[in-house]
Design a protein. Structure first.
Length: 101
């Protein structure tokens, strides 16, 4: 699907680490992905978040220290924005399987 816009939000729940919510807008459809960058360092969500960031980070930019810094990176263009995404619609929630920059 071709992207028309990407939005980044701070997502907080009581008693849980902060996450970055990424909303991919494809015309009238929207797909959401959560990046759990502030989760414990040995957790699987943190591992996935670091992989997510490394894949999208502009070359030469260091890894952010926190989720808030990650959101600032995204808003300032230090995170590459894809042009297209591939969405797997199987199951309860669609997942972003691949993207083209």
């Amino acid at each position: 699907m071709d992207l028309t816009d990407i939005k980044y939000y701070k997502h907080e729940r009581e008693g849980k680490p902060m996450m970055m919510k990424v909303m991919y807008l494809c015309g009238l459809r929207a797909f959401t992905e959560y990046v759990c960058y502030d989760h414990p360092s040995t957790s699987f969500p943190k591992y996935k978040a670091i992989s997510w960031v490394r894949f999208r980070l502009v070359p030469g930019v260091p890894l952010p220290f926190s989720c808030e810094e990650l959101i600032r990176y995204a808003e300032s263009g230090k995170i590459r924005k894809p042009r297209r995404i591939q969405v797997m619609a199987a199951g309860r929630y669609p997942s972003i399987d691949d993207m083209t920059f």
